[in-house]
Design a protein around this ligand. Structure first.
Ligand SMILES: Cc1cc2nc3c(=O)[nH]c(=O)nc-3n(C[C@H](O)[C@H](O)[C@H](O)COP(=O)(O)OP(=O)(O)OC[C@H]3O[C@@H](n4cnc5c(N)ncnc54)[C@H](O)[C@@H]3O)c2cc1C
Length: 407
């Protein structure tokens, strides 16, 4: 890709700024207008919808800016990494809503670009970019979490179709998803070399989802059952029994992306507000306007500095990844650090609130206090989702530091 000089980037920035200002739906800035909170995930449920968030998503998708660096031939923006960074900066500076939240953009699309056939790319990438399909991730099973390659969901070759039978668990938003990218077993005599990567339309007969309730009170994920689900032969991505390589690659993208998300809250945590402001409100301020409690002030400051450093490290490694062959095992370092900082922030938030940080429901608690408590409970999952902290440390030991297996 061509390298852009400062002058060209400045011109691009001015163009982006003007376009965003001209095209952002005014309703999204109007507190009286309510947008459906699910709209940012797009999908079939919002086909034909005029929700302002969907209007915004469509406009951005037409520019290819929901997937800024993907090739133009599939509907992406075709931007260089530097241009994409300018777009990110302008979106943040203008406090514009993200146009689309999508497992398709964050995880599936990048591996389709790398491993899918031309026909599969043409079929799925434009639909991901346009937010037409909401995807879920069918990796974990009751007996296969950290040891993911133990998965048992069976995929049999029936000549003119694949036949899927098995169960997935912790499938985030499976009940709302249109399609699932899924790991299945195509060879029962091997472990890693017996896994394939398939795409499943969730409206097919034999697919069933059951939501699971969490300690935070939400039900964002499901048990997912496949009973005699028939898939066309072109539903398999890459080689038969070659799915493990794709699975690992996708996890790198996932770890890179969710780490960035923890910076913004890690679930509901960030929704409660800025940690520094909350600490000042509840612990009071000294004569210099700082958090009055010295120990709390130090820990809040350290946490904010950690997030600053993390944000810059994520931006640097993402730029490196875009300029080379995509993310590496080093994403496990970031995922581990991001989960630790996000959990620490949630702990500090409820600690700063004192007894007001103990409420679950009812009168006597402000909405922000209830959000902070639910965010604190949700943050327990930060060190589990996308691979546990222990597993990420193992990846760093083996794949980044090159340490041998313990004897
Ligand atoms: C919020 C959230 C969203 C999720 N969304 C999805 C999703 O959309 N799709 C999906 O497929 N899955 C999803 N998951 C599941 C997640 O990927 C698994 O929970 C995770 O991989 C751990 O698997 P497990 O729960 O079976 O725990 P286990 O693998 O049973 O682990 C239990 C404990 O043992 C430790 N442990 C296990 N093996 C080792 C080892 N070799 N060395 C050191 N310690 C070890 C683990 O670190 C952990 O503390 C989600 C999880 C959460 C919390």
């Amino acid at each position: 890709m061509a390298d852009f000089g400062a002058g060209e980037l400045d011109a691009f920035r001015a163009e982006v700024k003007a376009w965003l200002e001209a095209n952002y739906p005014a309703e999204l800035r109007d507190p009286k207008v309510k947008s459906d909170p699910e709209a940012m995930w797009g999908g079939r449920a919002f086909a034909g919808s005029n929700d302002p968030q969907i209007v915004w998503m469509r406009k951005m998708a037409q520019k290819g800016w929901t997937a800024p660096t993907w090739p133009k031939e599939y509907g992406g923006g075709g931007l260089t990494p530097q241009q994409a960074r300018v777009l990110d900066q302008e979106l943040a500076a203008g406090r514009y809503h993200a146009p689309l939240a999508s497992f398709g953009i964050w995880m599936l699309g990048p591996v389709l670009l790398e491993y899918a056939t031309e026909a599969q790319k043409k079929e799925y990438l434009p639909k991901i970019i346009n937010g037409e399909i909401r995807w879920c991730q069918g990796y974990s099973e009751p007996g296969a979490g950290s040891d993911l390659a133990s998965l048992q969901t069976k995929c049999e070759d029936k000549g003119d179709h694949w036949l899927i039978n098995g169960q997935k668990i912790w499938t985030s938003y499976a009940d709302k998803a249109d399609w699932c990218f899924c790991l299945v077993r195509t060879d029962t005599t091997k472990k890693h070399e017996g896994i394939s990567f398939v795409l499943i339309d969730m409206s097919k007969p034999g697919v069933e989802t059951r939501p699971i309730q969490l300690i935070s009170g939400e039900s964002p994920f499901c048990e997912t059952f496949f009973t005699d689900v028939q898939l066309p032969k072109d539903a398999l991505v890459g080689k038969v029994n070659g799915g493990w390589e794709i699975a690992k690659r996708l996890l790198q993208y996932e770890r890179q992306n969710i780490s960035g998300g923890f910076g913004g809250g890690g679930g509901a945590g960030g929704a409660a507000g800025d940690l520094g402001s909350i600490a000042k409100t509840y612990a009071g301020v000294d004569e210099a306007g700082r958090v009055a409690d010295h120990d709390l002030r130090q820990r809040v400051t350290q946490n904010k500095m950690n997030f600053q450093a993390l944000g810059q490290t994520i931006a640097r490694t993402a730029a490196e990844a875009r300029a080379s062959n995509g993310p590496s095992a080093a994403t496990s370092i970031i995922k581990y650090a991001a989960a630790s900082f996000a959990q620490e922030r949630s702990e500090l938030m409820v600690e700063a609130m004192g007894h007001q940080g103990l409420g679950w429901d009812g009168e006597g608690y402000a909405p922000g206090e209830l959000l902070a408590v639910r965010g604190w409970l949700r943050s327990k999952g930060n060190s589990i989702e996308g691979g546990t902290s222990e597993i990420n440390i193992n990846v760093v030991s083996k794949r980044v530091l090159g340490l041998p297996d313990p004897k």
